[in-house]
Design a protein around this ligand. Structure first.
Ligand code: ADP
Length: 454
């Protein structure tokens, strides 16, 4: 129930002529909002019940290709329809567009109306239900890092994505003066999202020229993922409205720091945090130890869900604040997992592996599955690491390439058990396709390196 408008509120706004457009959206494999723009009268009279979309939308890539190899949908089966079922608990205004509201949909099978298992929202809902069966609720926060560029998306595309100029000329980490210069874009981002019902905490400059971060207050996992997708979408649209471009590409230049999406996680029961044990070391409960041990043990299995593209893996390099090791530490930013809020009721674990390109539904689902496994198997948490974790030879490695992450995903019996073979086969195919597409392309780097000298 992350929305701020009831269906009755919407009907009143439509009768009063205040709302004329409803964006009816679902979240695709890439974490994007896809759907249709309804006339609000049609939506409140009929389409609130359901609408339809082509089923290739959950078997495509960033470019809307129709790759082969998906069991769920193909040219052979004629690319039929899915049902988009509006979740009427998610209706909210879209204050940066005139007369517009938005609703998120669940994706259902056209014939049986059963949830489509590989739809990102369904994947997260399944893990939330498993956690609920254990008596817990997860609260999460995903940080959104991105770069703002001087020019618009269209101009950048017409220039062939060359000579990219970020909006600032220097590292603006925590800078107030530089970020004042960016308020033309960042203030509407904060205020419009807040007015849309997202519990915005702050924005800040990040550790590169033109790099920004948006923080949203932690919420139940499904709301957190909804907020992330809506915020990412809004950041792009609002940047575009102001003649700029925002990118969530994790690494837009090899010499620049990358963008992450750190995920803060805690478990709750009856409104109280169950990661807290004031009498224990660092104020961490035994349950938290099991959850974190699961997160760490299975990190290689689910790295694909935190880093889904070839570019994602360019971020994982030493000395950049992007982690390379599957260990935890106390308030140390070089490890894959950081304990935050130790000794307080806000004690939580932050996963630092994910890039800004992660799909928050898939990332959160995979981490919940790992945490649940840790709890079920009562896994023991190893002691924290200290110092520069990049140099820790004993620490486990995060898969360093998409190829490696694809193989660990394919062979993960833990994820197959938690999410289902159909889901893992589906996303393994998505990962393979991404690599196949990259492998057939001749890059600028190869040409410049070898054209004359090879
Ligand atoms: P940082 O030092 O990384 O800036 P913050 O205190 O700003 O840390 O918190 C980072 C994120 O963690 C925020 O989005 C906040 O809402 C979230 N957070 C705080 N407490 C919890 C909690 N108990 N569970 C999950 N996330 C939390």
């Amino acid at each position: 129930m992350s929305g701020t408008l009831s269906f009755d509120d919407l009907k009143s706004a439509v009768s009063a002529g205040k709302t004329d457009t409803v964006l009816v959206c679902f979240v695709d494999m890439q974490g994007r909002l896809m759907g249709k723009r309804f006339h609000a009268v049609n939506f409140v009279e009929t389409s609130y019940n359901e609408t339809h979309c082509c089923n290739y939308l959950l078997a495509t890539d960033l470019e809307m290709a129709t790759p082969d190899g998906y069991a769920s949908t193909s040219w052979e089966t004629g690319y039929g329809d899915y049902v988009m079922k509006p979740d009427l608990g998610t209706i909210r205004p879209v204050p940066w567009l005139e007369g517009t509201v938005m609703v998120l949909c669940d994706v259902l099978d056209h014939h049986t109306h059963a949830p489509v298992p590989h739809a990102p929202r369904a994947i997260l809902q399944k893990q939330i239900a498993r956690l609920d069966a254990l008596g817990f609720e997860a609260k999460m926060a995903t940080e959104l890092e991105f770069f703002l560029f001087d020019k618009s998306y269209d101009d950048i595309r017409k220039d062939g994505f060359r000579n990219l100029q970020p909006v600032s000329g220097y590292n603006e980490d925590y800078h107030i003066f530089q970020t004042t210069k960016e308020e033309g874009v960042m203030r509407p981002i904060r205020n419009h999202l807040f007015a849309a019902g997202l519990p915005i905490e702050n924005t800040k400059g990040e550790a590169e020229a033109g790099q920004e971060e948006l923080n949203i207050r932690y919420s139940p996992a499904l709301d957190c993922a909804d907020f992330h997708s809506i915020a990412k979408h809004a950041i792009k649209e609002i940047a575009w409205q102001h003649g700029h471009a925002a990118t969530f590409l994790p690494k837009w230049h090899h010499d620049r720091v990358g963008s992450s999406s750190h995920v803060h996680q805690s478990l709750w029961k009856d409104g109280a945090p169950v990661f807290v044990d004031a009498s224990a070391k660092l104020g961490m409960s035994k349950l938290m130890g099991h959850y974190m041990a699961g997160l760490i043990k299975y990190a290689p299995d689910y790295t694909y869900f935190l880093a889904p593209y070839v570019n994602s893996y360019k971020r994982f390099s030493k000395g950049t604040f992007a982690p390379t090791k599957t260990v935890w530490s106390v308030d140390n930013r070089t490890a894959g997992f950081r304990l935050c809020g130790e000794g307080t009721k806000g004690v939580r674990v932050e996963c630092r592996i994910g890039g800004s390109d992660l799909n928050p539904y898939l990332a959160q689902a995979a981490m919940l599955a790992a945490g649940i496994k840790g709890i079920e198997d009562q896994l023991e948490l190893a002691p924290p690491t200290t110092g520069d974790v990049y140099e820790d030879a004993k620490a486990g490695d995060i898969p360093q390439t998409l190829r490696k992450a694809t193989e660990t995903l394919r062979n993960s019996s833990f994820l197959r058990e938690a999410m289902g073979d159909d889901v893992i086969d589906h996303y393994t195919r998505a990962a393979e396709w991404e690599q196949e597409e990259f492998d057939r392309v001749v890059t600028d780097w190869e040409i410049a390196r070898g054209f004359e000298r090879a």
